[in-house]
Design a protein around this ligand. Structure first.
Ligand code: NAD
Ligand code: ZN
Ligand code: ZN
Length: 390
């Protein structure tokens, strides 16, 4: 089959590789009909996540048709159309039972490696380095789906791939980012990053009842999309002082909820690799760009919530813990527990409450994945989200 392979920093290729096979009774094989490039993939492309190997198959946002099922998968049949959540989760461990699917205790065969860096291990993730399992990803013609009796959601034929594809990751991630802010009517929510995750966080904050939603980015075309998603205000951080502007918009108090949907993108050069290599002694270099997370903490109103869905890998120096402590802030974070949100968000799409297709800027054949990565990373041609068609 054809698959998108990580070949090194700034280098992906689409090549011929062996087809995946069933390895366990609870596996299914999915013939991928649509798959997307995520901001998280850019951290791999940029070389910021350790333990990638040359030739690893990328992609954790994919959907398609079930073509083979193991003996233990009673809920799926060949021919079913499914979306696949990016966290690989067993459904039965203590974490899964609590709905904490992205920290499943049974899906990362390389847990020891993750523990060295993070203390404990999160779940396995498709196409996202050996630190989280080394699972081949879904930017390919076929993918093996472990625990297929737990993860995949069947979708009805009257919904297009484009309408439901983002249930695999970014819609639940943006939604969880907003949900973690415990929004009350009248609340003001600010979102750092108007990429795909930030755009879903904006839309979700509106759905959850925020009165004002403020999107922050440096790309005008993404801020325009944020307005489409429901942002009441947008701030270009290259043009205004974000902290001053947020104070002005909130009578000096600051937003009730502050969502970091930028992550490593806002901290180049970051410390994931350093931290891993230097065993927790790395100190983050200051960069010329404002740091989204630090700004989110400083901006937040007293007693408010900082919600981090942007991905971080290592350490962050100059983390303003004093601001958190002295101002009674709450920090909530996590890789999205996608499984929790699949059905409720699917219903919102089916009921027409949201149309996720608004953020797709480019649809390309799988073979043009290298071009898709470059355009998405470099914000060429007003690129917001790339969908690949194997
Ligand atoms: P993206 O790279 O397209 O978007 C990031 C945006 O942040 C860009 O538009 C960029 O201009 C903006 N940005 C950078 N620095 C900023 C700053 N200082 N202030 C404001 N905006 C700034 O990526 P995406 O697909 O939207 O993903 C965003 C983040 O979410 C990534 O870190 C990704 O890894 C992460 N993510 C997390 C989860 C999860 O489960 N928690 C899931 C998917 C993605
Ligand atoms: Zn993703
Ligand atoms: Zn589990």
């Amino acid at each position: 089959m054809r698959a998108t392979q990580w070949m090194g920093k700034d280098h992906v290729e689409v090549n011929e590789v062996p087809d995946p096979r069933l390895l366990n009774d609870r596996d299914a094989i999915v013939k991928v009909t649509s798959t997307a490039i995520c901001g998280s993939d850019l951290h791999l492309y940029d070389g910021f996540i350790p333990t990638m190997k040359k030739g690893d198959i990328l992609g954790h946002e994919f959907m398609g048709e079930v073509v083979e099922v193991g003996k233990g998968v009673g809920n799926l049949r060949v021919g079913d159309r499914v979306v696949v959540p990016f966290p690989i989760a067993c459904g039965a461990c203590t974490a899964c039972e609590r709905g904490l699917f992205s920290v499943c205790e049974n899906s990362n065969p390389n847990a020891g490696m993750a523990e060295k860096l993070w203390g404990h291990s999160p779940c396995g993730i498709y196409g996202y380095s050996h630190l989280v399992g080394g699972y081949p990803g879904g930017q390919a013609e076929y993918a093996r789906v472990p625990f297929a009796d737990v993860g995949p959601l069947k979708v009805e034929d009257d919904l297009t791939d484009e309408q439901v594809l983002f249930l695999t990751d970014i819609f639940p991630t943006g939604y969880m980012g907003a949900e973690m802010c415990d929004i009350s009517p009248g609340d003001v929510v600010a979102v750092w990053g108007a990429g795909p995750v930030g755009l879903f966080a904006v839309a979700s904050a509106k759905m959850l009842g925020a009165e004002r939603v403020i999107a922050i980015d440096r790309f005008g075309y993404r801020l325009d999309k944020a307005r489409e998603a429901g942002a009441t205000d947008v701030l270009n951080y290259e043009e205004v002082d974000v902290l001053d502007a947020l104070n002005e918009l909130t009578a000096g108090r600051g937003p009730d909820g502050c969502i970091d949907a930028a992550g490593l993108e806002a901290t180049h050069p970051t410390t994931a690799v350093d931290a891993y290599d230097r065993a927790k002694t790395a100190v983050m270099a200051e960069t010329e760009r404002p740091h989204a997370l630090r700004e989110a903490i400083m901006a937040c109103r007293n007693g408010g919530t900082v919600s981090i869905v942007g991905v971080y890998g290592g350490l962050m120096d100059k983390f303003p813990v004093g601001s958190l402590m002295n101002r009674s802030l709450t920090v909530r974070t996590g890789q999205a527990h996608v499984h929790r949100y699949l059905k409720p968000l699917y219903e919102k799409i089916r009921d027409g409450e949201i149309d996720p297709t608004f953020l797709i800027s480019h649809t390309l054949p799988l073979d043009r994945a290298p071009e898709g990565y470059r355009m998405f990373r470099d914000k060429e041609d007003n690129c917001t989200k790339v969908v690949l068609k194997p």
